[in-house]
Ligand binder design. Structure first.
Ligand SMILES: Cc1cc2nc3c(=O)[nH]c(=O)nc-3n(C[C@H](O)[C@H](O)[C@H](O)COP(=O)(O)OP(=O)(O)OC[C@H]3O[C@@H](n4cnc5c(N)ncnc54)[C@H](O)[C@@H]3O)c2cc1C
Length: 497
């Protein structure tokens, strides 16, 4: 490729949305991906007739209406589409003190279910979740593009002044502040903590209200929808669209260096020594990998040092990819579950257990008569270092059986119905996803003012942009798609497209 406009390092959803948006505008784009397939944490792998999602399974952004259905929009921008299967329940919670609750797709039904557990908080529950709906209505009324682009900000302000003022109000706030304003019951407040923790990996006090407003409302609007064929299809389709639009992707192309000249990013060097030059360079690697590995750590810009003082790496996960006999799943089992037995352990390693059974929505992902259970729980990489190969295997096995034993509560007979088991650790996440310490993404070190300190796409190095979960607005497929739209918009304006 000659005269490349933008080189994107990494084909996670953030990188691919940036690439496809730019290609759709006529830019020449090259994506460099270190792995064999696209998608990163939204990728897949196949074993013995099962197609497992690597990470994400609860997908927002595949709805049909509004402006926040960013995955649908990203796909259609490059003339591809993805069949989506509606999930009637976002999560089935199995929480301490018998708090057993389903988050129904229908808003009123969810409020009723929750109020049945906390009738004395009927009003507070409605006021808290209605406040979240207000955030969502503001977001869902406007095109979501780069907040670093003054002309866009001006245009959107004139088109939607009230929505913009609403968002400015919510931007520096956290969900926990609103929860405590409306709700007093300590157990219900713990439930709200879990509602946040299960996607932000921090309690409500530290979860930005903008993100909470999105998740707690979109699940009742666009809803949670599973992509037919598995989550990996989203990235595959984006790549198809990228190529149709004239862009290119190169696999097994591990970037080892971002090249600079007079302080400006001008190219990328690969592990095999190949060098590519582009007018703009985009890193879809985490900020830690970008500023400590791809660029010299000792020359880290001041604002990146400050960012690291505000944000730390969240833990990684212990993941179990399980194939089970159909008989293991009781009738009426939902797709997504959260299990916790002791509130004190919510944020601890092996505290909260996440479960997804995508074959309940798309049976074609497993052989006939079998299902996939993907379960994961937070774990730190430090606990998996300096082990001999046999110690590592033994530790994996012990940890896996601890989780399986706990899951027997929801799926009696899981142990005997097991057909396939593959265990991933933080080391697996680091190796296959190329993420430092296998981290899920950045989390605030202490309570910050909402999303105010989360950086946008431009960096202190001219010509270098970041995209993905270590940029505004954070983790999740739809969130990194937002980051991709914003990044492409900013670059397109900078390059005059
Ligand atoms: C276990 C788990 C469960 C999750 N569940 C959900 C869920 O249910 N719903 C949801 O919305 N989100 C979920 N997430 C979060 C979501 O998957 C991520 O936030 C999102 O996919 C991150 O996208 P990204 O574009 O920022 O980067 P990534 O997915 O990390 O992609 C980055 C890409 O860059 C490549 N790369 C990195 N370094 C280099 C290099 N030097 N050279 C070339 N290529 C490189 C990587 O190989 C990778 O393909 C989950 C994540 C995990 C791990």
């Amino acid at each position: 490729m000659q005269d490349i406009d933008a080189i994107v390092i990494g084909s996670g959803i953030g990188g691919l949305v940036t690439a496809t948006q730019l290609a759709a505008k006529g830019a020449k784009v090259l994506v460099l991906e270190r792995y064999l397939i696209p998608g990163g944490s939204a990728g897949y792998f196949e074993r013995q007739g099962y197609r497992f999602d690597v990470g994400a399974s609860m997908i927002f952004g595949l709805g049909q209406n509004g402006t926040t259905n960013l995955l649908t929009r990203a796909l259609s921008a490059v003339n591809v589409s993805q069949e989506a299967i509606a999930d009637p329940v976002q999560i089935h919670y199995h929480l301490p003190q018998g708090l057993d609750l389903k988050v129904d797709r229908v808003y009123e039904k969810f409020l009723q279910n929750l109020t049945a557990h906390f009738p004395h908080e009927k009003q507070g529950i409605r006021r808290f979740y209605d406040e979240c709906q207000k955030v969502f209505k503001c977001l869902n009324s406007m095109d979501l593009l780069s907040l670093e682009e003054p002309r866009y900000l001006l245009r959107v302000f004139f088109q939607h002044p009230l929505a913009c003022l609403g968002l400015v109000k919510y931007l520096p706030q956290n969900a926990g502040d609103f929860a405590r304003r409306y709700i007093k019951d300590p157990e219900l407040l713990k439930f709200i903590d879990m509602e946040c923790y299960c996607w932000s990996v921090v309690p409500s006090d530290m979860t930005p209200m903008i993100n909470a407003g999105m998740v707690f409302s979109d699940r009742h609007y666009g809803g949670v929808n599973y992509p037919k064929g598995g989550v990996g299809q989203i990235a595959q389709k984006l790549v198809d669209g990228l190529e149709k639009a004239g862009g290119k992707i190169q696999y097994q192309a591990k970037a080892t260096k971002i090249l600079t000249e007079h302080g400006k990013a001008i190219g990328v060097q690969l592990a095999n020594g190949e060098v590519y030059h582009g007018k703009r360079i985009v890193s879809n690697a985490t900020r830690w990998d970008t500023f400590e590995q791809l660029l010299p750590a000792e020359e880290m810009p001041h604002n990146e040092k400050k960012w690291q003082q505000n944000y730390q790496k969240s833990p990684s996960f212990l993941s179990l990819h399980i194939g089970v006999k159909e008989s293991v799943l009781p009738a009426g089992t939902e797709c997504h579950h959260i299990l916790l037995e002791d509130w004190e352990k919510m944020t601890a390693a092996e505290g909260t257990v996440f479960v997804s059974i995508p074959t309940l929505l798309d049976p074609d992902l497993a052989p006939d008569g079998y299902h996939i259970i993907h379960t994961f729980t937070p774990h730190w990489i430090d606990d998996w270092q300096e082990l001999s190969p046999s110690e590592y295997e033994a530790k994996k096995e012990e940890a896996a059986w601890r989780i399986i034993d706990r899951l027997e509560k929801i799926f009696p007979g899981l142990d005997t119905g097991l057909d396939y088991l593959e265990v991933g650790t933080p080391r697996t996440h680091r190796r296959f996803l190329g993420r430092q310490d296998g981290t899920y993404g950045p989390i605030a070190r202490r309570k910050l003012r909402g999303l105010l300190k989360m950086p946008f796409n431009r960096t202190a190095i001219p010509g270098l942009y970041c995209v993905g979960d270590s940029t505004f607005p954070g983790q999740g497929l739809n969130a990194v798609a937002f980051s991709g739209f914003a990044c492409a918009h900013r670059i397109a304006v900078d390059l005059g497209f």
